[in-house]
Design a protein around this ligand. Structure first.
Ligand code: COA
Length: 328
């Protein structure tokens, strides 16, 4: 029986840091409000000339180095992002060219917002198991600062820019790597978190620009409630499906959106908060990038050891959600 393992991980965040105090100079907010309502203290913001693909390339190079794999060996490249360089071509094609991934590789983007990295993991896992591909590179990269209304205090305090990547390959050893995943979506809730214009439903026009329709819109309270509910559901289901108990999970890496969401999830699951990897205080919500950045940091901090079970759990616009169980 073969398995698909994560052979390497890497992450990158832009150098510029935007603190809560900096934001308080832009909108009517305060460090106290942002920390108490979200747990976020600062976030990294990409340079004007730094696009999603530029960040993707940097974290991908780190992941390839970590895996000891050359770009030429990658035959499947997936970028999960809701802030692509262009609507077309895909950001994956830009990354492919800049990284030196060979032309025969399959390269595409996926759109599952903050659950994007888990969706990409599932796709790569399935494709590697079939034997059709040998080595996959999956990236979550976001320049959310490009779709944020910096005059809207209800959203601009929550998000940041960054990227994380993983290299996946098949090994002839049963019971390790990606053990399973449980993904879902509920399109009925698509307008809780969306960007109204810029797509085919509402192409760019002077009117859409005047209406600020090219910025993210969110109903924060509703998103919060659904986030806690669906993440608890998929976390429990994943553990039960694999005949484990929550107690056996050594580390949970949740999507980093709000500390209060993670606290509610921990409490509902009956797990101590120490069992969760949390770095949203430093990065805010980087959408598809939060989980691979956290995974990279957790590994480097020695929080993941051989034999450990790690549970990744996410939710995002769509509303999409999912959990992935990994054994190291
Ligand atoms: N600074 C100061 N006050 C702010 C503020 C800010 N940045 N943003 C909102 N407020 C105000 C509101 O206007 C409101 O004022 P009012 O009572 O006079 O109307 C008050 O603070 C409370 O706002 P509310 O929306 O009830 O706060 P909340 O406790 O629900 O927290 C969020 C708001 C957005 C932090 C929270 O709902 C959340 O995190 N939701 C999930 C969002 C998310 O995760 N999105 C990403 C999904 S991938």
């Amino acid at each position: 029986m073969a398995s698909v393992i994560i052979a390497g991980v890497g992450s990158y965040v832009p150098t510029k840091i935007l603190t809560n105090e900096d934001l308080a100079k832009l909108v009517d907010t305060s460090d106290e409000w942002i920390v108490s309502r979200s747990g976020i203290k600062e976030r990294h913001i990409a340079a004007d000339d730094e696009a999603t693909s530029d960040m993707a390339i940097k974290c991908a190079q780190a992941a390839l180095l970590d895996a000891g794999i050359k770009a030429e060996e990658i035959d499947l490249l997936i970028v999960a992002t809701c802030t692509p360089d262009y609507l077309l071509p895909s950001t994956a094609c830009v990354v492919q060219h800049q990284l030196g991934v060979l032309p025969h590789a399959t390269c595409f983007d996926i759109s599952a917002a903050c659950s994007g990295f888990l969706y990409a993991l599932e796709i790569a896992y399935g494709q590697l198991l079939t034997g059709r591909y040998k080595c996959a590179l999956i990236v979550g990269s976001e320049k959310l600062s490009s779709i944020i209304d910096w005059s809207d205090r209800t959203t601009c305090v929550l998000f940041g820019d960054g990227a994380g990547a993983a290299v996946l390959k098949k090994v002839d050893q049963p019971g390790i790597g990606i053990i399973g995943s449980d993904l879902g979506a509920d399109g009925a809730m698509r307008e809780l978190l969306y960007m109204p214009a810029g797509g085919s439903r509402c192409p760019a026009s002077p009117q859409t620009i005047a209406n600020k329709d090219h910025f993210l819109r969110m109903k924060g309270k509703e998103v919060f409630k659904h986030a806690v509910r669906v993440m608890e559901k998929v976390a429990r289901e994943m553990v039960e499906q694999h005949h484990l108990t929550l107690d056996q999970i050594n580390l949970v890496i949740p999507h980093q959106a709000n500390i209060r969401i993670i606290e509610a999830l921990a409490s509902n699951l009956g797990l101590p908060l120490e069992r969760f990897y949390i770095n949203l205080d430093r990065y805010g919500n980087t959408s598809a990038a939060t989980i691979p950045i956290a995974l990279d940091e957790a590994r480097r901090a020695g929080k993941i050891k051989p034999g450990d079970y790690t549970l990744l759990v996410a939710f995002g616009a769509g509303l999409t959600y999912g959990s992935t169980l990994i054994r190291w």
